[in-house]
Design a protein around this ligand. Structure first.
Ligand code: PXG
Length: 441
């Protein structure tokens, strides 16, 4: 890898997010271009994208329709005030999204990221309970190993220790259900694990501890992504829904990763046939081209707020860049691309091929579990004793040198390619990953 001396000398100022800054700056990995399934590196190599960027470039890279829409929009209307003013594409996008979601999930609040979507959803849940006269319902329940972004709301309900431990006492009144990972019973499950629906009963323990009248909402990722891909056991999400219904608790699905086709249906709510009250999204909404998030809620939640004098603001919440015109243009063109190419259901056609390829890595050295659903995959490696994360990180570095982009979290390799991936590219991804796994210590 060759980076010019002047570039190398300038790496210092940028404090990189979720990155080993010193390791990176000693040996930088730079992308300078992207097209369809590939990135181009600064030394002119093509790298097959096994992760859709960071789970976001679902339509692939630099797709013409999206590029043109953004270029046109920036010249036509660069920005419009988000509060007390509108622009047509914001309404068009909300209507198209509402039509894409199952009824009655038909109102949309725009944000700029998954973290903002999560904060927004938690605030809507709290304000809704108060609005309907349930002001004692102030507790929020998350789950161990959950990832809900990095705002204070998200890390409070989230359950990833490293994301929480340095940041004080976080939100008060939060509790966590146990996670669903159960390698003793479920290792190497293909698709949804058979065992573990009963982990949903942990919500009952929490309800009994606090009393249902104190709990506003439960938030979970339908498939936990960032923590290393935990697939929900069969009937687990159905059970959570039933318990929430029984106790007047809102159920929030964080679909920042599962939204927009990742599982082979537009949203996880379609895939699992479980309807939450609120859904958070981001990433695939614009295929990662412009930052944007969206929170969906049911008609009855929206309508509960539409009371009082007409001139009064109903929800004191929003962002300068909510429904930014360029993001809206990118999202509309992304939805067009998904439509034209059938991408929101394409993962369903590829899922079996993907699963077979992924599980063929079972006999590689150090592999202790493999998990998959839709176009998501994870290969869990046994960590090196006393040096957690090192083995998977070596795999990441070697994979990059060998021409494939993978993600690692702890000692888990996570895969989530753009939804345009071909069967030949799936073969290439797993062939190269096999070589990597056979080569690392
Ligand atoms: N919720 C979920 C379920 C997520 O996966 C967020 C919220 C936050 O989104 P923003 O846009 O604020 O980053 C996420 C983000 C990884 C990885 O490699 C995952 C995410 C982000 C970066 C890397 O697993 N998820």
């Amino acid at each position: 890898m060759s980076i010019s001396a002047s570039t190398t000398n300038n790496l210092d100022a940028f404090w990189m997010p979720f990155t080993a800054n010193r390791q990176f700056k000693q040996s930088p990995r730079m992308f300078v271009g992207a097209k369809d399934m590939h990135y181009t590196t600064s030394d002119g190599r093509h790298v097959l994208d096994g992760t859709a960027g960071l789970w976001c470039c679902n339509a692939g890279h630099s797709r013409p329709r999206i590029v043109e829409a953004v270029q046109k929009q920036v010249a036509e209307l660069d920005y419009a005030p988000a509060f007390q003013m509108g622009h047509p594409k914001a309404f068009e996008l909300a209507a198209r999204l509402a039509a894409l979601l199952p009824s009655p999930m038909d109102h949309v609040f725009f944000t700029n990221s998954g973290s903002e979507s999560v904060d927004t959803a938690l605030k809507i849940a709290l304000a809704y309970q108060r609005t309907i006269g349930h002001g004692t319902r102030t507790r929020l329940i998350g789950r161990e190993r959950g990832y809900h972004g990095v705002g204070f709301g998200g890390i409070s309900v989230g359950g990833i220790v490293n994301n929480r431990k340095n940041f004080g006492t976080l939100l008060t009144g939060v509790d966590h259900m146990r996670h669903t990972h159960d390698p003793e019973r479920n290792a190497f499950s293909r698709g949804m694990p058979e065992s573990g629906a009963e982990y949903a009963e942990d919500l009952i323990r929490i309800i009994q501890l606090h009393d249902p009248s104190t709990i506003a909402a439960v938030i979970v990722e339908p498939v936990a992504g960032s923590t290393g891909v935990l697939i929900p056991p069969k009937n687990y999400l159905e059970r959570l829904r039933a318990i929430c219904d029984q106790h007047g608790i809102l159920l929030i699905f964080d679909e920042v990763i599962t939204g927009f086709g990742r599982l082979g249906s537009p949203f996880a709510t379609d895939f699992f046939d479980v309807m939450p009250d609120i859904i958070t999204t981001a990433k695939g909404l614009t295929s990662g081209v412009v930052p944007m998030g969206a929170v969906f809620c049911t008609k009855s939640i929206y309508e509960a707020f539409m009371t009082g004098p007409d001139h009064m603001i109903e929800l004191f919440h929003g962002y300068t860049y909510s429904a930014h015109p360029i993001a809206c243009a990118a999202a509309l063109a992304t939805l067009d691309t998904y439509d034209e190419e059938g991408l929101l259901t394409r993962a369903a056609d590829l899922a079996q091929y993907w699963e077979d390829g992924l599980h063929s890595l079972k006999d590689c050295p150090h592999v202790i579990d493999i998990r998959n659903l839709g176009l998501i995959g994870a290969v869990e490696l046994e960590g090196i004793v006393g040096e957690p994360t090192k083995r998977a990180f070596s795999a990441f570095l070697k994979a990059y040198d060998d021409g494939i982009l993978i993600r690692t979290t702890g000692d888990i390799i996570a895969l989530s390619p753009p939804l345009i991936i071909s069967k030949e590219q799936i073969d290439e991804l797993f062939d190269k990953l096999r070589t990597v796994l056979n080569a690392i210590d």
